[in-house]
Design a protein around this ligand. Structure first.
Ligand SMILES: NC(=O)c1ccc[n+]([C@@H]2O[C@H](COP(=O)([O-])OP(=O)(O)OC[C@H]3O[C@@H](n4cnc5c(N)ncnc54)[C@H](OP(=O)(O)O)[C@@H]3O)[C@@H](O)[C@H]2O)c1
Length: 271
């Protein structure tokens, strides 16, 4: 992996579940905490050496990279305080779901580099997925610097068409929640068939972890790997027949992603 281009100054507005995982990973990977300032209303400490404030500073150092990590509905209030502190060399990275780039540009008119990022929670262990989108107004150097900052978080995918950003959010941003549910359901199904609950929970988690790691290393597709588990005439095929009947699992996941995507589109319309 190439060395990360750490920003000289990183200012996080909000540092809860998601931005907190991003920052934890950056600090683990060598980001100097003295370069980081965090604004969070609670003022709760974050990590040794990271400056936490509960009110906006009078100014931001030139060239600050700002990570917007609060809730999407707070953008108007945040922009009212933050935009006056931004210059043309301020770089804005927004992880706000359902908040289009045009909206961000309108709220931070001085900043030239504005990037939408959609991470997911496993970024904290460097195994996340982050979708990125920007437009031509963001200079290549700023785009590369932000890409470099995101790289230690896991897989990075630049999205060519912002119109796809809510689908990306549904798949990888929300995806960990759907997989946590799957792990839970696998365990509860084992329990329903008679296994002890604690044993079923351990085995479901380890099975998903092992299968995901194997799929990540394999040259074969997950579909081929599934067939490799299924002996002809054996037990797995009977189970797969249940999942595959009328594309049951595929339909369920398509409906799941579509519902999440639709919520993102409603949020973008101000809902
Ligand atoms: N959770 C995910 O898996 C995920 C994935 C991708 C993107 N996102 C996006 O990440 C953002 C944050 O989600 P989250 O799950 O991390 O939420 P969260 O845990 O509730 O964190 C929200 C953060 O915003 C701070 N905050 C509250 N009011 C604020 C204000 N008026 N100004 C500035 N900061 C304020 C909170 O401060 P305190 O710490 O002081 O309470 C907290 O640090 C959302 O925009 C969401 O769309 C989340």
């Amino acid at each position: 992996m190439t060395a990360t281009l750490w920003p000289d100054h990183l200012f996080l507005v909000g540092c809860g579940n998601m931005a907190g995982q991003m920052l934890a990973r950056w600090l683990d990977c060598g980001l100097d905490p003295a370069r980081v300032a965090v604004l969070r209303p609670s003022g709760k400490p974050i990590a040794e050496g990271v400056r936490v404030m509960s009110a906006y500073p009078d100014a931001l150092p030139a060239g600050t990279t700002v990570l917007l990590g609060m809730k999407p509905y707070q953008i108007a209030d945040v922009a009212a305080s933050l935009a006056p502190l931004c210059g043309e060399d301020t770089r804005i990275v927004s992880i706000l779901a359902g908040t289009p780039l045009a909206d961000l540009r309108a709220r931070f008119p001085a900043a030239r580099a504005v990037v939408r990022a959609m991470p997911n929670l496993p970024v904290g262990i460097g195994q996340g997925v982050t979708g990125l989108y920007t437009d031509a107004a963001t200079a290549a150097q700023a785009r590369d610097a932000i890409g470099s900052l995101i790289a230690p978080l896991g897989l990075v995918e630049w999205i060519a068409d912002e119109g796809r950003f809510n689908e990306v959010t549904a798949l990888s941003g929300c995806g960990p929640a759907f997989l946590f549910r799957f792990i839970d359901a696998l365990a509860r199904a084992g329990e329903a068939l008679g296994l002890p609950a604690d044993q079923a929970a351990r085995m479901a988690l380890a099975t998903v972890e092992g299968a995901a790691s194997m799929a990540a290393r394999a040259s074969d597709s997950p579909g081929t790997l599934a067939d490799r588990v299924a002996s002809p005439g054996g037990m797995t095929r009977e189970g797969l027949n249940v999942l595959d009947a009328d594309d049951r699992l595929l339909s369920l996941l398509t409906d799941t992603l579509a519902a999440a995507r639709d919520r993102g589109e409603a949020m973008a319309r101000g809902g």
